[in-house]
Design a protein around this ligand. Structure first.
Ligand SMILES: C[S@@+](CC[C@H](N)C(=O)[O-])C[C@H]1O[C@@H](n2cnc3c(N)ncnc32)[C@H](O)[C@@H]1O
Length: 256
């Protein structure tokens, strides 16, 4: 907000990708950006696992040398099983925008939000920021510092190229795969809570699966889908039980 010719409130926001779990994923650009920030907004999801919160705290402690404040923004609750999915998500995003707006209005200087992986991939931070600006109550510039995604980490750890020569790659969610499991293009699946790969038909599909990528608990399985799917389902259930949460990503490729 401007008062007279002097800026009051937050005048700049940095949306910083921090990588998929390995603290060494944090780029030099991200470190420089973090050190320009006066205030870090941390989104407390309640359900977010302590390890993920700890990782962010560790990254800040390791890389940020100057004075800074940390402000927790509590996410408003969301109906996870709505009948009108898009309407409910839209309403939730508006409520989130209002909560962010309130915190941005109270902050001074340069703000920063640390985003898991990269902000361009299945993350709502940029949409929320645009919504906050569209509401017209607070004004600030913002920029995005890219981070290493879980998809890049999956490819690196399995030492694979995501696409075949000159071929496309489809990135989707477990929910979308369940609706159309007969994959043809090479398909990266994220946000899959239900081991949907078991629904993919045929014995000519390979899978490269990774959980907790980039962390000390990283687990990888690769092979023909029919040969390894039971192993992945069992391993996934055991890991989820042990840690209380799991994040996994996989690539499916029909061998034809
Ligand atoms: C909300 S999306 C965020 C993606 C993130 N922006 C990125 O660039 O990777 C969360 C999904 O990303 C994937 N994911 C994120 N971090 C992961 C990790 N360390 N290991 C495996 N999958 C991960 C999982 O599919 C998870 O369900």
């Amino acid at each position: 907000m401007r008062t007279g010719d002097k800026f009051a409130g937050m005048h700049e926001l940095l949306v910083i990708g921090i990588g998929a779990g390995d603290p060494d994923h944090v780029t030099v650009q991200a470190i420089k950006a973090m050190n320009r920030a006066d205030v870090f907004f941390v989104i407390g999801k309640g359900a977010e696992k302590q390890e993920l919160v700890d990782l962010r705290t560790r990254i800040l402690a390791e890389h940020v040398t100057g004075d800074h404040r940390i402000v927790e923004i509590t996410d408003p609750p969301r109906d996870r099983t709505p009948s009108d999915y898009e309407g409910v998500v839209d309403d939730w995003h508006e409520r989130r925008a209002a909560v962010f707006e309130e915190q941005f209005a109270q902050a001074d200087g340069v703000g920063a939000i640390l985003v898991w992986g990269d902000p361009s991939l299945y993350d709502s931070t940029l949409r929320i920021v645009e919504r906050v600006l569209a509401r017209g109550v607070v004004r600030f510039d913002y920029s995005v510092i890219p981070g290493i995604t879980s998809v890049q980490t999956l490819a690196a750890q399995h030492r694979i190229v995501l696409n075949r020569i000159g071929e496309p790659v489809h990135v989707t969610t477990g929910r979308r795969l369940a609706a159309d499991p007969d994959v043809t293009d090479d398909t990266v699946v994220m946000l899959d809570a239900h081991t949907t790969f078991t629904q993919v038909p045929g014995d000519d599909v390979d899978i490269w699966w990774g959980a907790y990528l980039g962390t000390a608990d990283e687990t990888l399985v690769a092979g023909n889908l029919r040969a390894v799917e039971e192993d992945i389902v069992r391993t996934r259930a055991e890991l989820r039980e042990r840690h209380g949460w799991i994040m996994d990503t996989y690539l499916l490729r029909r061998t034809r």
